[in-house]
Write a protein that binds this ligand. Sequence first.
Ligand SMILES: O=C(O)CCC(=O)C(=O)O
Length: 278
Amino acid sequence: MRVHTNPAQGSVQVGDEFFRPRFVDADRFGRADICALLSGTAAVVGVRRLLSPLLCAEAMARLDDGALAFGSYDRRRVDPPVARFGPAINDFREGDRPGAAYWAEAGRARRVRRAALGRVDPFGAAVAGLARAWGRPLGAACNQGRPFFAGTLREINHGALVHCDDVLREYGPHLFDGGPPVAQLAFNAWISTAPEGGATRVWRRRWRPGDSDLRKGYGFDERVVAGEQCIEVTMGRGDALLFDSRNFHAVEPSAGGRRLAVAFFLGFRCESDLVMWS
Ligand SMILES: O=C(O)CCC(=O)C(=O)O
C-alpha cells in the first residue's frame, strides 16, 4: 500500500484537514470508518486484507482459467477500455432507468458467478466484511422490487479518466425504491494488483454545472481538477478502498499484471432518524 497526499502533510499549505486518508486492518474495520466517509471527515478509507490471500489466489486461478467470460464497458463511452464481468447500468440505459435486457443480464450474471466461483467468491467475502463493519446486513438497491446487480469484477489495466459517479445526478431521484441515496461511496477490493502503476487518485472536488465544457467521454479533461487537493493511493492484493464517488477520481495505467477488483457502489439511504441541534 502506498499513499501520497497533495498538499503534502506538513507543508505550509495544509488544505482541508478532513480530506485525509484513513487506513485500517480488516479486523479493526468498523462503522466509524464508513461514517467518516459519509460525514466527510475522511477522504478515503483503505482496509488492509479484507479479502484473504487464499481467497484471492483461488479466485484468480479460476479467473485466469477463464471461469468467467469478461466483456468490456461500451467502448463508445469507455476509452481506454475496461474489462468487466457483470452488467453496468450505464451500458443498458433507456431513459431514466436500465432497459429490460439489464434485468435479464443481472439474473444471468448472478447465476453464472455462483456456478463459476461457488464458495470462492470475492463479492460474498467483501459483503460479509462490510456487514461486519457496518453492524447490519447489506441489501441490493432495487427498482420496482427488482434487485440491481452488484459485484462487478473489473479489470482496469489502462487507467480510468478523471470522472465522478453520482447516481442521483445521472438518473434522477426515482431509480431506487425508497428514494435516492443521501451519499454514495465507491467500493473496490483487489483480487489481483499490478506491480507498476495503478494508483487511485481522489480529488477534493465535486462536479459543478460549468464542468460540462470539459466533458470527455464518460469522464472529464484533467483541467477539471487542476490545483485541487488530491490523495493518491495504491492498495495491495486483498485490500479494499472506499471513497465518496461524487468526488472526482481517476486510475493511473498499470503494467506487469492484472489489476482486478470486485467493485460496487454503496448508497446511504434516508431512513435513519432525524437528529436536531442549534
Ligand atoms: O479502480 C479504482 O481504483 C477506482 C475505480 C473507479 O473509478 C470507481 O470505483 O469508481
